[in-house]
Every structure is written in structure tokens, then in C-alpha cells.
Ligand binder design. Structure first.
Ligand code: C2E
Ligand code: CA
Ligand code: CA
Ligand code: CA
Length: 278
């Protein structure tokens, strides 16, 4: 463009849809982060709505960056998802979650760990063999791990998703649809896919008591899920009034700051003891 203006100057500008130089650097650093021991998992409790009993935990990744400090997934997961780096990241997460799950089981804590799986990973060919080997390596039953995929992952390539979900069902690893209610999954698709759980998106939880539209969505998602035989989880539960309303509607499992933030695994025994005492 500059040339066309006759200035003879060319300023390099990345196209709006490509990564910035900072992003490129971060992505390059992320590639070896697992091997360098810079990745961490935090675990957020998922509690049975009726009893408060700990059902399982969601593994949420963090990156202890040598210069930038502790990074939340918002600053690197989306970046990783643009390339195969997300595959390596998920490999690390699955292996670490399985190792931790084994350690808890050895301490007598029979917990399920949910792992977030991006579109590229679900649709790539390596997930099922990877899961099989990680379960075998740690002597875990398939029910020890659960995968969270988003609605868009299913929607983008429904046939491919159906194939992989079928293999996961055969393997015995449960699948949860994360951020549910934000996409436009058809009823037909939901009923045909081998799914186990629907996770109502946090936005409907936060508006439950104040926005009638959010309450309507929370209720219809619950009815739909239960008719299809799916377990229901509400995430982002921050206060007791909202938890009470979710219990009244019939949600099976609750997750959010009201119960616990994502915890360092070392803090879990303490959290459990504090709850028993309460
Ligand atoms: P998500 O899967 O929807 O996870 C829920 C997010 O909500 C987490 O943020 C969690 O810390 C936060 N949260 C939990 N309770 C509350 C609450 O009561 N109120 C509010 N306002 N927020 C709450 P986090 O850990 O920053 O993760 C953000 C997103 O990054 C996740 O959203 C997930 O999409 C992605 N992510 C995290 N770990 C992984 C991973 O290992 N692999 C992949 N592919 N994505 C990941
Ligand atoms: Ca999730
Ligand atoms: Ca979610
Ligand atoms: Ca989300």
C-alpha cells in the first residue's frame, strides 16, 4: 500500500488474523514449557448438589512463566489452539492429571478428574490411544478421567465428533459438553451423540436470580439433559442463594468459588478436612 502511495516505504503489518510478534514468542516458549517443568495443574472441586459430597475435580492449567509469572489459560490456551502446540499441552495435562489421580487413589480418595479437550485434539487421531496408554500406565479405570469438550467442538465437524465420541464411549471415558447453552446444538445432534454430561455455562448461572431469560435457559437445559439421561453440572456458582436455586431446579453437580477456587493439589486434603469440620 505504501508503495502504491509512492512513498517507497514499506511498513510490515501483520494481517489482523495472524499472531503478533509477542504471541509468536510466547507460543515458541510454550512449546517446551511442559518439559521445562513450567506447567501446573489446579483442581477445582465439583460437588454433588444434594449432599455437597466431592464428586470430582476439574483440572485447569497454569503456566509458571520465567519472566511473566503465573499465567492463566486465558493468555496462552487460545494461542496454543492455533497450532499443534495444543496437542502437546493436552498430552502433558492428561499425563499429569492421571498421575495426580493415581496419587489421590493411593491415599484412598476415589476422585474423578475432568480434563478440558480442545477441538483440534478431539478431532486429531491421537486422543483415544493416548488415553488408553495413560490409563494403563497409572493403573486407572476409565471412569477416573472425564473429558470436557465445548459445544463448538461437536458442531464444527459433527460426523468426526460422533466417531471419536463413539470410541471414547467404548473405552469407557465419560464426556461432558462444556459451556453449554452458548452454541446452537440441535436436539437431534444431542440425542444421537454418546455424551454423559452437560455443563451449563457460567453466564446463565450468574444471571439465574436476576435475569428471567437466564433462568429459563437454566431450566430448559436441565429438562433436556435429564430427558436424554445426561448428568447436569452448573459452573461458576458463587453464592448460596444461587446454589439453592440450582438445587431446586434439579442440577446434579455444582462447581464454583462458593465451594472452592481451583486448588493446588497439595491444598486438597486441607480443604476436605475443613469441610468435614464444618
Ligand atoms: P472453563 O473450562 O469454562 O473453566 C472454568 C473457568 O471458570 C476457570 O477459569 C475457573 O477458574 C473459572 N471459575 C471457576 N469457578 C468460578 C466462579 O465461581 N466464578 C467465576 N467467575 N469463575 C470461576 P480458568 O482456570 O482461568 O480457565 C479458563 C479457561 O481456559 C477454561 O474455561 C478452559 O476453557 C481453558 N482451559 C483451562 N485449562 C485447560 C486445559 O488444560 N486445556 C484446555 N484445552 N483448555 C483449558
Ligand atoms: Ca471446562
Ligand atoms: Ca466451562
Ligand atoms: Ca469457558
Amino acid at each position: 500500500e505504501a508503495k502504491a502511495q509512492g512513498l517507497g516505504v514499506q511498513v510490515w503489518q501483520p494481517a489482523p488474523d495472524t499472531a503478533s510478534a509477542t504471541d509468536m514468542l510466547l507460543l515458541a516458549e510454550l512449546r517446551g514449557a511442559g518439559e521445562r517443568g513450567e506447567l501446573r495443574l489446579r483442581y477445582q472441586p465439583q460437588c454433588e448438589a444434594a449432599t455437597g459430597r466431592l464428586r470430582g475435580l476439574e483440572a485447569l492449567v497454569r503456566w509458571q512463566h520465567p519472566r511473566l509469572g503465573l499465567l492463566s489459560p486465558a493468555s496462552f490456551v487460545e494461542l496454543a489452539e492455533r497450532t499443534d502446540t495444543i496437542v502437546d499441552l493436552t498430552d502433558w495435562v492428561l499425563a499429569e492429571a492421571a498421575r495426580q489421580c493415581r496419587a489421590w487413589r493411593d491415599q484412598g480418595l476415589d476422585l474423578e478428574v475432568s480434563v478440558n479437550v480442545s477441538t483440534r485434539v478431539l478431532h486429531g487421531g491421537a486422543l483415544v490411544p493416548q488415553l488408553r496408554s495413560v490409563l494403563a500406565e497409572h493403573g486407572l479405570p476409565p471412569s477416573a478421567l472425564r473429558l470436557e469438550i465445548t459445544e463448538t467442538t461437536v458442531l464444527r465437524r459433527p460426523e468426526r465428533a460422533a466417531l471419536v465420541l463413539g470410541q471414547l464411549r467404548e473405552l469407557g471415558v465419560a464426556v461432558s459438553v462444556d459451556d453449554f447453552g452458548t452454541g446452537y446444538t440441535s436436539l437431534a445432534m444431542l440425542s444421537e451423540l454418546p455424551l454423559d454430561e452437560l455443563k451449563l455455562d457460567a453466564r446463565f448461572v450468574s444471571g439465574l436470580l436476576t435475569r428471567p431469560a437466564d433462568a429459563a435457559i437454566a431450566t430448559s437445559v436441565l429438562e433436556l439433559a435429564h430427558r436424554l439421561g445426561l448428568v447436569t453440572v452448573a459452573e461458576g456458582v458463587e453464592d448460596e442463594e444461587t446454589a439453592e436455586e440450582l438445587r431446586r431446579i434439579g442440577y446434579d453437580t455444582l462447581q464454583g468459588y462458593l465451594f472452592a477456587p481451583p486448588l493446588d493439589p497439595a491444598a486438597l486434603p486441607l480443604w476436605l478436612r475443613a469441610r468435614e469440620a464444618a
